[in-house]
Design a protein around this ligand. Structure first.
Ligand code: ZN
Ligand code: ZN
Length: 373
């Protein structure tokens, strides 16, 4: 019991610190309050996981608006945030509250707010305020979310660990003749039995020629006697996501398949080693790309090297060519170069990597060395 109380106190402090940082960023952006409507941001700042919510940060206060379906849930989840149950859309209730509270300029998320949503926000306030009240700002909370706190790192680590356990189990199971969908179904079934709330995204199982599709959703195709199988999947634990890819070979490989695998692995490991605080996202991308360039495989590496992951599967930072953003301790990024030769074969290897003060920690230690089943 006392331990539980201790934990909830820590959680409340975490949310308080996050809200304080968001409010400071809003102030810096020239607004006196912030309307938060992107649901992962609402969850990050308040703990609330419901599907209809708006959060206001204004004058040191935080108020969460939701509806009657979530009365009990909001009270337990949104610790340290005032909850208002409204019988109208949460955003409308938030806008009316702003007028009453005398808010002058409120930031809203320019990326996630649709034109229609902005229109209804404006309709919810008196005509004279419509122009001045709402100020488009960049996604400030999403920016904050890139650097994870201890609590979040523990959750991401647990999700990544479960992902690895599931992959290790699949090594015993994969064999020619199973359909890709059977493989995905088995993986997802095992994930749920092991406690995953959901998969982070639609499981990718791409085998044989289909391994040349960077995002080959599991199909009815059967795993071949000889050829690559790429598994790219993730699980959600306590809201936080994992993301990993491994490629194994069924049967005896052609020398070229082996060479390409070795090159992708070398590129992947070079990019992992490049992850240190202060490096730019573009430099990490280049670390992978330059290895593939040396062996003239870079034209088939057709996507960026990685992305942040946390409450969402694709978050900042973006690890792509020429990106100047610098990595900081607490960021969790994927490193996932691949080579895809249409009509022939392809492969990708992906880890999750935590940036630490010293350098990095790989969160997905499942085997990456060549596996022939
Ligand atoms: Zn992935
Ligand atoms: Zn990924």
């Amino acid at each position: 019991m006392s331990e539980g109380m201790g934990l909830s106190k820590i959680k409340r402090m975490n949310f308080k610190a996050r809200k304080r940082r968001a409010a400071a960023l809003a102030k810096k952006a020239g607004v006196d309050s912030l309307l938060v409507t992107h649901l992962p941001d609402v969850r990050y700042l308040s703990g609330f996981t419901g599907s209809n919510a708006a959060l206001m940060l204004a004058g040191g206060k935080s108020v969460l608006f939701t509806d009657g379906r979530y009365t009990a849930q909001a009270k337990t989840e949104a610790m340290g945030t005032r909850v208002v149950i409204a019988n109208k859309p949460a955003v409308t209730a938030a806008c009316e509250w702003m007028v009453e509270a005398g808010v002058k300029r409120s930031g809203f998320d320019a990326i996630h707010t649709t034109v229609a949503a902005l229109e209804s926000m404006r309709k919810a306030v008196p005509a004279k305020l419509r122009r001045s009240l709402f100020v488009a700002v960049e996604p400030l909370v999403e920016g904050l979310r890139q650097v994870k706190d201890e609590d979040e790192i523990a959750k991401v680590r647990a999700a990544a660990k479960l992902g690895c356990q599931l992959f290790d189990g699949m090594l015993e199971y994969l064999r020619p003749g199973l359909t890709e969908m059977e493989v995905a179904a088995t993986l997802e079934h095992r994930a749920r039995l092991a406690g995953a709330e959901a998969m982070s995204f639609e499981t990718i199982v791409a085998s044989g020629e289909r391994s040349a599709l960077p995002h080959g959703r599991a199909s009815s195709q059967k795993l071949p006697k000889r050829g690559f199988v790429t598994l790219d999947f993730g699980v959600v634990l306590d809201g936080y996501m994992s993301d990993m890819t491994r490629t194994v070979h069924l049967g005896k490989a052609q020398p070229e398949e082996r060479d390409v695998y070795d090159a992708v692995l070398e590129a992947q490991e070079a990019a992992v080693q490049a992850v240190v605080p202060g490096v730019t996202a573009g430099e990490v991308d280049e670390a992978a790309r330059s290895v593939l360039r040396k062996v003239e495989l870079d034209p088939w590496f057709t996507h960026s090297t990685g992305h942040g992951v946390g409450l969402e599967i694709h978050e900042g930072p973006r690890l792509a060519a020429k990106q100047t953003q610098r990595l900081e301790p607490g960021m969790v990024v994927t490193i996932e170069p691949g080579v895809y030769m249409p009509g022939r074969f392809g492969l990708r290897i992906e880890d999750m990597v935590l940036v630490t003060a010293a350098a990095r920690e790989v969160l997905t230690p499942s085997v990456k060395a060549w596996v022939e089943l």
